[in-house]
Design a protein around this ligand. Structure first.
Ligand code: HEM
Length: 522
């Protein structure tokens, strides 16, 4: 009947639409694959992993290894520089220090862009340009994160408070991570806005909570970075991340408002004051007309960056140091012998100048930063213009991942790179500040870590206080903590507990000093 022919007509139409869509998709995929093929076989481009339309190189990236280890393995097949597609993004992996230095130092400004997730954290929005004014603003302040005497006081105070808490554990095995996080967070709070919180303070606990929220979600959200079309689906992690960042920003805004209200040119209490001064001086000198004006947002971003980058990193290196100290107790003993020999077996002399007098402790920290780089893939860089790496062309928008793991475990540069050895074999050449050219734990160039000096000081002081007051040991019958890291925002050690046994006699030595009042670190 007529009903049947109507239905047949509709069916034919649907079939026609389906066939057309199918052929259109096929043609589209064919053209895309041809473009990818042309890109991959063009000798000016870096060697490339196989890739397919839409999914990119996903099929070649299946591995149970952490990305930095897997990328290092791929180096054997594809060379020091190779590329892959993550969804629609061209990503270039750099595995040797020659090319890494070209990216970070020689062409640092061209490779100074950052991908979307990093921009959510730093409030850069969608703008991927390198913000010169923010950098300038931080350098102008010459304050806080430079490892000055100013920063040493809060570090010593926190190290001392942490040791007191540990002493209260009465040698019960404890996870040191929460105390380390509290101590390092308090250092950053002191430096940024002169707040030092007591344990249990509600503002402090909420700060610790949202910081953890950011750390937990930011790595997961990177999937949206790879496949931007995932944004159309509800994304719980992205929602939590944005919520935590917004809580953090609100707290920073409050501190900023308070600082602005009682700012005085004659007093500089902390980083916020220093940034305010830099902003005012740029306004007075009319630098804003030259395109480097500092806005309120710049200042807040800068403090936000320091929070985001300054806590998890330092805490993680401290945790790795403790892991290696319990694996190699002789290292702790050698560091203590160092302290005794140089006459620094006293807490009043944990001053930074002692770093030269405690070469074994300094070498231990350097070796921890080498063998377990906290940021094994640095933070991804983005090319802001068409450029090149070595003989290879790089298109604007390409992401560049410097595989620090490869640099720090390069057989051509290090003897037994997988061996933890703070001793002779890693010794610095005379006149050279780093153990090898293939050593960049803080990055390099325009995007180098802003807190390098502060971080080095924190590592040195926290560890020297710990080693000075305690012997760290695994609980009886417990296996040693794993040396395998957990890859996320940073390369974390697995959770573990240790006994912190107070060293006999440290108090007597401290009490025998003329200035008995801790923290004695001026
Ligand atoms: C041991 C501790 C630390 C290590 C190993 C470390 C390492 C790094 C690395 C590898 C980068 C990325 C460089 C790049 O992408 O090229 C970085 C960036 C950064 N770090 Fe650190 N960092 C540490 C502590 C700190 C501290 C304490 C602060 C601040 C107080 C800080 C502030 C920053 C900032 C703001 C950036 C972003 C720089 C930019 O994007 O321009 N870091 N850090």
């Amino acid at each position: 009947g007529p009903g049947f022919s109507q239905r047949l007509k509709r069916l034919k139409m649907a079939w026609l639409i389906f066939t057309c869509a199918f052929y259109a998709a096929m043609i589209f995929l064919f053209i895309l694959k041809k473009k990818i093929w042309a890109f991959q076989t063009d000798e000016r481009n870096p060697p490339s992993l196989p890739s397919w339309p839409i999914i990119g190189s996903l099929l070649s990236l299946r591995s149970d290894r952490a990305p930095h280890v897997f990328f290092q393995e791929l180096q054997e097949k594809y060379g020091d520089v190779y590329s892959l597609m993550m969804g629609s993004h061209n990503v270039i992996i750099v595995n040797s220090h020659h090319y890494a230095k070209e990216v970070l130092l020689k062409k640092g400004k061209t490779f100074a862009g950052r991908p979307r997730t990093v921009n959510i954290l730093t409030r850069d929005g969608k703008d991927n340009r390198f913000s010169c004014s923010r950098r300038l603003c931080v350098h102008r302040t010459n304050h806080g994160c430079n490892g000055s005497a100013f920063s040493r006081v809060p570090v010593c105070r926190e190290a001392s408070a942490m040791c007191d808490v540990l002493e209260g554990t009465q040698s019960v095995a404890v996870d040191l991570a929460p105390e380390l996080t509290r101590a390092v967070t308090n250092v950053v709070c002191s430096l940024c806005f002169s707040s030092s919180y007591k344990r249990g303070d509600p503002e402090f606990e909420s700060m610790l909570q949202y910081s953890q929220g950011i750390v937990d979600t930011v790595a997961k959200d990177s999937l949206v970075d790879i496949f931007p079309w995932l944004q159309i689906f509800p994304n719980e992690d992205l929602r939590i991340l944005k919520e935590c960042v917004s809580v953090r920003d609100k707290l920073l805004e409050t501190k900023y408002r308070e600082h602005k209200a009682d700012y005085s040119d004659s007093v500089q209490r902390d980083l916020l004051d220093a940034l305010l001064r830099a902003k005012r001086s740029s306004e007075n000198n009319n630098t804003s007309t030259q395109g480097v004006g500092l806005t309120d947002d710049h200042l807040l971003m800068t403090v936000g960056d320091i929070f985001g980058a300054g806590v998890e990193t330092t805490t993680t290196v401290l945790k790795w140091s403790i892991v290696y100290l319990v694996h190699y107790p002789e290292v702790g003993t050698s560091s203590c012998t160092d302290m005794e020999m140089s006459g620094t077996w006293r807490c009043d002399s944990n001053v930074l100048s002692d770093r030269g007098n405690l070469p074994y402790l300094a070498a231990t920290i350097r070796e921890v930063l080498r063998i377990r780089p906290v940021s094994p893939l640095l933070i991804p860089h983005v090319a802001v213009a068409d450029t090149s790496i070595g003989e290879y062309a790089v298109k604007k928008g390409a992401r560049v991942i410097v595989n620090l793991w490869s640099l720090h475990h390069d057989q051509r540069e290090w003897k037994n790179p997988d061996l933890f050895d703070p001793g002779e074999s890693r010794k610095t050449e005379p006149g050279c500040a780093v153990p090898s050219a293939s050593y960049l734990p803080f990055g390099a160039g325009v995007r180098v870590c802003l807190g390098e000096a502060l971080a080095k000081m924190e590592l040195f002081l926290f560890l020297s206080w710990l080693l000075h007051r305690f012997t760290l040991e695994m609980p009886a019958g417990q296996p040693l903590p794993s040396l395998d890291g957990k890859f996320g925002v940073v390369l974390q050690p697995q959770k573990f507990k240790v006994h912190a046994h107070p060293r006999p006699g440290w108090k007597e030595v401290a009490n025998s000093l003329t200035n008995p009042d801790p923290p004695r670190c001026h």
